[in-house]
Design a protein around this ligand. Structure first.
Ligand SMILES: NC(=O)c1ccc[n+]([C@@H]2O[C@H](COP(=O)([O-])OP(=O)(O)OC[C@H]3O[C@@H](n4cnc5c(N)ncnc54)[C@H](OP(=O)(O)O)[C@@H]3O)[C@@H](O)[C@H]2O)c1
Length: 265
């Protein structure tokens, strides 16, 4: 018998729900939850998604338009929530691809603020109440990029290393109270991520369908796994950094990313 209490899905909060992985989480959780709060900057997309999910599943879906980079945004978002959160899917994030000098500092600063600061502040903001009831939890969306330094993705990989480290530590803190913390580290997924990162792969890569990524994440969450890396190839990729000297890791990463091109805005 599992030592975990049954997961609670009553009220799920999903960030970055207007596209990609976040939207797929919203669709998957709509059949489990009583209520969803979905958030992102593009309010029209959220409204359409809310209408779709309410119509299909008969649950309440609250769209909250919010730029997590705005001053006080996380505090405002938490203040607008109706009731406590049973599951937080902390997903919103972006990357920039290319040598460090390709983008202005502001881009990297925003990336660090969204992928690290807003993510951490949001989990911090719900943590006490999540811990208060067994069966509640958090899913953090990191990346296989968080397992090793990546030349060409230097800042992004470092932000995801933070997410992974913080998530694994919190999973241990939550264990005693039956609080699940799962770190999801996908490899390439076909979403709008590449467009925002200004990158394209020269050869088609094994992009994983977004629904498979989310299904794997929820299976892992339900089983109480602290870490989910969907797909065999991705799992193997994450073992390289644990076994190889740093110089070899960096050379392999350079080689892999040399099959990608920088694309224009
Ligand atoms: N796709 C991949 O290959 C891949 C692989 C590993 C990990 N990941 C991670 O997965 C997560 C989701 O990415 P994705 O692939 O689904 O990319 P995506 O399709 O570009 O979606 C990103 C989401 O984040 C939201 N977002 C971006 N900036 C925001 C801001 N300032 N305030 C609030 N929301 C914001 C976007 O909504 P708005 O633009 O409407 O605000 C959108 O809903 C990210 O953390 C990413 O690092 C992606």
């Amino acid at each position: 018998m599992s030592r975990w209490p049954a997961p609670r899905y009553g009220h799920c909060l999903i960030t970055g729900a207007s596209a990609g992985i976040g939207r797929a989480f919203a669709r998957a959780l709509a059949s489990r939850a009583e209520r969803l709060t979905i958030t992102a900057r593009r309010g029209e997309r959220l409204a359409l998604l809310a209408e779709e999910l309410e119509g299909r599943h008969g649950i309440a879906v609250t769209p909250v338009t919010c730029d997590l980079l705005a001053t006080g945004a996380v505090r405002d978002l938490l203040g607008r929530l109706e009731g406590e959160v049973d599951l937080l899917v902390n997903n919103a994030g972006f990357g920039r691809f290319g040598p460090l000098e390709r983008f202005p500092w502001q881009d990297y600063q925003q990336m660090i603020r969204l992928n690290v600061t807003a993510m951490a502040e949001l989990t911090f903001g719900v943590w006490k109440s999540v811990r208060a009831r067994p069966g509640r939890g958090v899913i953090h969306v990191a990346s296989v990029a968080g397992f090793q330094p990546l030349p060409g993705f230097a800042v992004y990989a470092a932000t995801k290393a933070f997410v992974r480290s913080w998530s694994l530590a919190l999973s241990a803190e939550g264990r005693g109270s039956g609080t699940r913390v799962t770190c999801l580290s996908p490899g390439p997924v076909a979403t709008e991520f590449g467009e925002h990162a200004r990158m394209t792969f020269d050869n088609p890569k094994p992009f994983m369908p977004v629904d498979q990524v989310v299904a794997a994440a929820l299976r892992g969450y339900e089983a109480g796994r602290r870490e989910v890396v969907p797909g065999l190839v991705n799992k193997v990729l994450t073992w390289g950094p644990r076994l190889l000297p740093v110089g070899v890791q960096l050379a392999l990463a350079r080689r892999f990313l040399s099959t990608a091109s920088t694309s224009e805005d």
